[in-house]
Ligand binder design. Sequence first.
Ligand code: SAM
Length: 273
Amino acid sequence: MTGTTERPEEWASRGIDITKPSIARAYDVVLRGKDNFEVDRAFVSEITKVIPEIYDVAAYNRQVLGRGVRFLAEQGIRQFLDLGSGLPTVQNTHQVAQSVAPDSKVVYVDNDPMVLVHGRALLAQNERTSVVTADLRDPAAVLGDPGVTRLIDFTRPVAIMMVGILHHLHDDEDPKGIVEAYLDVAPSGSHLFVTHFCASSQEARDAEKQYLAMLGTGRFRTVEEITAYFDGLELLEPGVVPLPLWRPDGPVPVESDMSIGQRLMYGGIARKP
Ligand code: SAM
């Protein structure tokens, strides 16, 4: 981490590999956090050569996460399964949801060991929130984890959140099938919240090559592919759109004026009928 020892063997003993960039820590770099290593910063530095606005893109994603969770809480959702939740930062899901409805329950799921360490510290005081270390590609294991079953009641509506994560699943891992596995156990009135890297420009397609080469994941899918995650659901207004267009707090930006960075991620929320 910034300002601390970066001796690989010390971190390896805690299950943390600092010789390769990690998704969670690279995201922490672009959110201007402190929980990252030189290898993560070097990866982000390469990405900025293709997408100079990548720090702004992370901010758009965090902003829409906040707007989306607030919207879901205002719709009456009181349970949130936040899959691929990331390292704690400002305005995390439980803080936004519980500011609207203090009885909201939130389970964070991530497979990065640093998320567990930091998440536990953040949530030590909050009995309506838990952090589970699990691989979201194994829905049966996630749904059966005691950290999930203790807080989430699958007879009541739940928000399935896959924010900034599905692009880290390869096509042959069947991301759509994984989304469906979570939705299958959720009752009517549940919601799906997705944000995703989009192949919306040549620069985005170039960035995909860098992500795949250096991080090992990062599929920039088309708007049609992202929209397909919502098949069978009622897609709520304004649909699957560039993130700054999703229910902005201020005036709606003009789409034709939007920059490459503003169009790099698309997202939406849908309701299970
Ligand atoms: N959802 C947060 C947000 O949008 O601000 C964090 C997004 S971050 C880009 C993606 C997170 O997904 C990282 O923390 C990473 O460790 C986690 N992740 C990646 N693959 C995963 C997997 N197979 N199972 C669980 N978590 C995973």
